[in-house]
Ligand binder design. Sequence first.
Ligand SMILES: NC(=O)c1ccc[n+]([C@@H]2O[C@H](COP(=O)([O-])OP(=O)(O)OC[C@H]3O[C@@H](n4cnc5c(N)ncnc54)[C@H](O)[C@@H]3O)[C@@H](O)[C@H]2O)c1
Length: 370
Amino acid sequence: MKKLEVAIVGFGFMGRTHYGVWKKLRNARVACVCDSNLAQIKAKTKGNLNVADDSDLPPSVRVYDNFDKMLAAEKLDVVDITLPTPLHAPMAIQALNRGLNVLCEKPMSIDAKTCDRMVAAARKAKGKLMVAQCVRYWPEHRVLESYIRSGKFGRVIAADFTRFSPAPGWNRGGSCWFLDEKKSGGVALDMHLHDTDEIHHLFGLPKQVISHSHCHKDGWTDFISTTYGYSDKVVTASSSWAMAPSFVWESGFRVVFERAVVVANSHAATPLIVYPEKGKPFSPKLPKPSGYETEIRTFAAWVGGDAKVAPVTAESARDSVAIVDAERKSARTGKPVRLVRDPLGHTSRLDRTRTRRRLLFGQGEQSSSI
Ligand SMILES: NC(=O)c1ccc[n+]([C@@H]2O[C@H](COP(=O)([O-])OP(=O)(O)OC[C@H]3O[C@@H](n4cnc5c(N)ncnc54)[C@H](O)[C@@H]3O)[C@@H](O)[C@H]2O)c1
């Protein structure tokens, strides 16, 4: 079996996290890594979770400090983009235009308009594009999804998702691109997007969003809370970068079904508990492996031809960014923002879709057309 030749571009926190997973895959090999700051190759990287692989690279992994040089020199199958967000679109498009498969970290790009360029490039490309919306693969979320899709506990009445962290810069030695809202999109796009995407994935496109946010004294958004408009359930999510540095990252959800309540909390000794209508609370067995590993294995299987349909379609990742665009607009204006899909487009399968699709938001305002 020929192994997928993989390049990881951007060798910071997520680059090293993906590296640790790619190393485990029997059908792939990390051929090279690229980082414009070569000091990163030996750095002991810190992020908000203890997941990065800090081991030294073996001599078989070639190192580049320039993306163009790497593309010219290497025969690759996969480019794995773990770069700061503004670089996702240009580098993903460049790799797709060369016929390569691309795994791109979330958020897909800085706004939906830029995501549209990636969707267009992916539709023309020989290679495949998947955005790494890892929460869809998180064990607790996979169990929740199975309850929702199977209807085991009836329909969902209400769902609340939370994600709380100190600001990203605190453990990165001061200066940090995440705190420049033009580069990261602030807490709304960088972190809250995880839950927006999960809500979109589980419940479909909301009719509207109403958001409130708080701005840090240095100008970046450090808290956002949103109510997503669905006709048959109440869905809310909040994310914070305003927690004190001593606060340990916390994420979770509380989903009220007709016949059970399902609660996940990363701080709890038992991370997932089901409180059924009848009988005692229980902790479902969580699927293995980890969210990051399942995500990358799923992408590798898709690229290798084991799955026909995109695991995370480019269109759905793009629409999740469009919802966050609407949330940011609602928080800015203090008004609800409507989200409307035109009657032509309901499929979001990248492999099948050739129809024009529009996701509109605001009073008669068109965000984009694909
Ligand atoms: N899925 C998740 O759970 C998760 C978690 C954290 C971050 N992220 C996302 O992953 C992406 C990367 O975040 P991070 O925390 O790894 O950032 P980081 O700052 O730790 O790493 C980015 C790396 O890219 C390198 N880089 C910058 N410009 C470059 C260029 N032109 N060419 C090559 N390398 C370049 C930097 O030197 C740095 O090493 C972001 O989009 C972020 O939102 C996702």
